[in-house]
Design a protein around this ligand. Structure first.
Ligand code: SF4
Length: 216
């Protein structure tokens, strides 16, 4: 990464980490994907059950491979050849697992997290999972909630719609057409919007900010 970009992201990250801690969210900074994997594995004890939210970031840091190789009970709804019913059952079980692992769509300078979900398991896991570990690349830092929602609808979701080949207006245009995008005509991907402003229970939610551009 360009050294000026590194400087810029480090400045923003310092502010975000301080804000997250002020919101009662545990927060760590990892420079690389490798450091991130090690940090996640230090937080999740062997033998634990782990639920997942769909996240390109988690794939990119390589933690899914580590969990699949290791001694964990992984609720993985992305295994090939699962029926729709099996996938839904795994998502429901994953939300109640000992640990819930997720990305986030955006984090603000004030330490708020913005998340949009199509089916709701991500939202449920983030809100009510027993222990939640969130991984976020520095490219997802935004000024405020408004910018976070805009980033989610006009950047992350169009790319995810393309990646997953969903029938949404943004899959065709690259930007959100909120008014047009309604079921059953479209497979709307943004059905729930969650803003996390803070956490009550100390230690329930941990966020790892990674000094790399990750995910969408
Ligand atoms: S509301 Fe529809 S068009 Fe807008 S970002 Fe979400 S899926 Fe795409």
């Amino acid at each position: 990464m360009d050294k000026n970009k590194v400087w810029y992201y480090e400045k923003l990250s310092a502010k975000v980490l301080q804000s997250l801690k002020g919101n009662n969210i545990e927060a760590f900074y990892c420079k690389t994907g490798k450091e991130t994997r090690e940090k996640i594995l230090s937080l999740i004890p062997e033998g634990a059950s782990v639920g997942l939210a769909g996240s390109v970031t988690l794939k990119e840091v390589g933690i899914l491979d580590e969990l699949m190789k290791g001694n964990y009970k992984l609720y993985n709804q992305y295994l090939p050849d699962l029926s729709k019913e099996e996938s839904l059952k795994i998502r429901r079980e994953g939300v109640s697992a000992g640990y819930f692992l997720s990305g986030t769509n955006a984090v603000t300078l004030n330490g708020e997290l913005v998340n949009i979900s199509g089916m709701g398991n991500k939202i449920a896991g983030l809100c009510y999972g027993k222990k939640v570990v969130i991984v976020c690349g520095v490219n997802k830092i935004v000024k405020d909630i408004k910018e976070g929602i805009d980033r989610t609808r006009n950047l992350s979701t169009p790319m995810n719609a393309k990646r997953l080949d969903f029938n949404t207006p943004c899959r065709e245009t690259g930007f959100c057409d909120y008014g047009l995008c309604r079921a059953p005509e479209f497979d709307r991907m943004c059905n729930q919007l969650l803003i996390i402003e803070g956490e009550r229970e100390k230690g329930r939610v941990t966020m790892i900010l990674v000094g790399e551009e990750l995910g969408f």
